[in-house]
Write a protein that binds this ligand. Structure first.
Ligand SMILES: [Fe+2]
Length: 156
């Protein structure tokens, strides 16, 4: 469950889209609310995130199987290099909000993640977040709405 407030620019080389994402706190079963996650259509496009409030984690992966996770809290700067898929998880009891910026012609490929999910998911275990293999999801019951984007507000 999250909202995106974005200032899109013309989709041409040299422009930057930027905005703020807010992920609500909560879980479906054991799994924390998170964004859908995507690769950039133009895979050489990187992205920069800056944490504004709350407590969360950026999970990243490549098509050749590398996985990385980094904390994102107020003041944290998280860099998503080219070729890395990325999604963000709210691990706290408050809203997680962060600023993002990426090349306007980068595009979004949500389809691969929608079909295959991420290699790792984040669940609550004994009151604490734990990164586990996606195969654990089979035991959790796969929810369809926990990474639903509620609204995208566009500002020109
Ligand atoms: Fe992105």
């Amino acid at each position: 469950m999250y909202e995106v407030f974005e200032h899109p620019q013309p989709e041409v080389n040299g422009q930057i889209n930027f905005g703020v994402t807010i992920i609500y706190p909560g879980k479906v079963g054991k799994e924390y609310y998170l964004t859908r996650g995507h690769y950039h259509t133009k895979e050489t496009a990187a992205e920069l995130y800056i944490g504004l409030a709350g407590e969360g984690m950026m999970i990243m992966q490549t098509k050749d199987g590398q996985v990385s996770s980094l904390p994102i809290r107020a003041g944290d700067v998280v860099y998503v290099p080219p070729f890395w898929a990325h999604r963000t998880v709210n691990l706290g009891k408050e809203k997680l909000s962060f600023f993002f910026a990426y090349p306007s012609d980068g595009g979004h490929n949500y389809e691969i993640i929608r079909q295959r999910g991420f290699a790792k998911i984040v669940i609550e275990e004994k009151g604490r977040p734990k990164v586990v293999d996606n195969s654990a999801r089979a035991n959790l019951g796969w929810p369809s709405t926990h990474c639903e984007c509620l609204a995208t507000q566009v500002y020109y």
